[in-house]
Design a protein around this ligand. Structure first.
Ligand SMILES: [Zn+2]
Length: 414
């Protein structure tokens, strides 16, 4: 029996229409996890020409895949035993991105797919180090990679306006992620090597920002991977401190799985370094008061939590508890290409199974925009258009539970 079934995403025709038309912002989506299925296959074909699929799989040495049957199975898989199992699937997508043009293509497709769902702003996370440090790939520098990504955004937006003047372009910013798992590395210096790699990421980001100033599309750094006792957020405090010194926002994944002591560990670093957003954070219910006091914004990805079995069932998923407590919540996809669930699906699931109203969803979208790292003038202009469109759609934003008075969360104009 699957954790999620089609009917979990079924809403009325009118609700469907409103969700589709609602202007949206998304803060948590991984480039590597967003690749369209067909594109994964296309890239495998392009990398090794004049061979059949079995030979291509062999030559590309796709992680965990040894033959065509395994490829087909992995390729179709949307549900996972646990996060580790999921990470194995994600590695296949990481492996098929080999050339700058592959990155341009997957970004172009992600942005195009976003525009179709009326997403106006998105922050896309990707693991630059995994690509640059892999010498079998044709990626020579961080700058080259960023140019390829920026090119993809531009191509998509050109395509969008070209198709119809009614369509909206998508503002895109990037977050550079690093895997918290040291276990992938062999040898006694695992931890140090991981820190060094992270340090490298910070230097890349600083350089890119210093070169491009406001034009840089990088807005922060992240920390992903599976949480464990030895890699909670405090294990990275020196990195968090360095990011703060460089004035680069740090947006960690935390509280994605149930892990004793993790909430307290996370909240202490969040407080010390004024971290404003947490990826997932669903298993931080023990520190709800702190989340409220610090006005932390959670990037919740409901389908992802259920399909990676981080949360065993909808009934046990803490979204509703956090929402009712007044925690600032945004709704996100995490890895739409792998889970085969887009942001419209996530909003429908939130409505159908977590009983969020259309006003609640408008609030979640607006919260995402307000918690974003878009330049203030652009953010305000976009917020004004969101509010105008909500009104045109007859959507009343749910506005009574959460105090909207933190730096980025200015009060909603009445
Ligand atoms: Zn994530």
């Amino acid at each position: 029996m699957s954790t999620l079934v089609t009917s979990d995403y079924e809403v009325s025709a009118r609700q469907n229409e409103l969700i589709q038309m609602l202007p949206k912002a998304e803060l948590h989506v991984h480039l590597e996890g967003s690749i369209r299925r067909k594109t994964v296959k296309d890239l495998v074909e392009q990398h090794v020409t004049n061979q059949n699929l079995a030979q291509r799989i062999n030559i590309l040495a796709l992680p965990g895949i040894h033959n065509q049957i395994e490829f087909e199975r992995v390729y179709e898989q949307t549900e996972f035993k646990n996060l580790k199992d999921f990470m194995g699937r994600l590695d296949v997508n990481v492996a098929v991105l080999r050339r700058p043009e592959d990155f341009t293509r997957v970004v172009r497709e992600l942005v195009y797919d976003a525009s179709v769902q009326n997403i106006r702003y998105m922050e896309v996370t990707f693991s630059a180090g995994l690509h640059i440090n892999d010498k079998t790939k044709q990626i020579s520098s961080f700058k080259q990679l960023m140019n390829a990504l920026d090119e993809g955004v531009m191509q998509a937006n050109n395509e969008i306006v070209h198709e119809s003047s009614d369509k909206h372009q998508v503002e895109v910013r990037f977050i550079i992620d690093h895997d918290r798992n040291f276990l992938n590395y062999e040898g006694p210096d695992q931890r140090q090597r991981s820190y060094n790699e992270y340090q490298q990421i910070l230097e890349w980001c600083r350089e890119e920002r210093d070169n491009k100033h406001q034009e840089s599309s990088i807005v922060g750094v992240g920390l992903g991977g599976e949480e464990a006792e030895d890699n909670m957020l405090s294990a990275f405090s020196s990195i968090v401190a360095q990011a703060k010194k460089y004035n680069i926002p740090f947006i960690p994944h935390a509280g994605e799985i149930k892990l004793a002591g993790n909430s307290e560990d996370t909240i202490s670093i969040v407080r010390d370094y004024q971290i404003k957003r947490i990826g997932h954070g669903v298993y931080m219910t023990e520190v709800i008061d702190d989340l409220l006091n610090e006005q932390i914004v959670l990037e919740i990805c409901p389908s992802s939590n259920l399909l990676t079995n981080s949360s065993p069932s909808i009934e046990e998923h803490p979204l509703r508890i956090l929402w009712d407590a007044g925690v600032l919540i945004t709704i996100n996809t995490d890895d739409p290409g792998i889970f085969q669930k887009n942001l419209v699906d996530e909003y429908k699931l939130a409505m159908k199974r977590f009983q969020l109203t259309i006003g609640d969803l408008a609030r979640a979208s607006l919260t995402a925009l307000r918690a974003s790292f878009l330049q203030e003038d652009k953010r305000r202009a976009m917020e004004a258009s969101f509010l105008e469109e909500f009104e045109k759609l007859g959507i009343q934003i749910t506005d009574e539970i959460i105090p909207l008075n933190r730096r980025l969360l200015i009060p909603i104009a009445k």
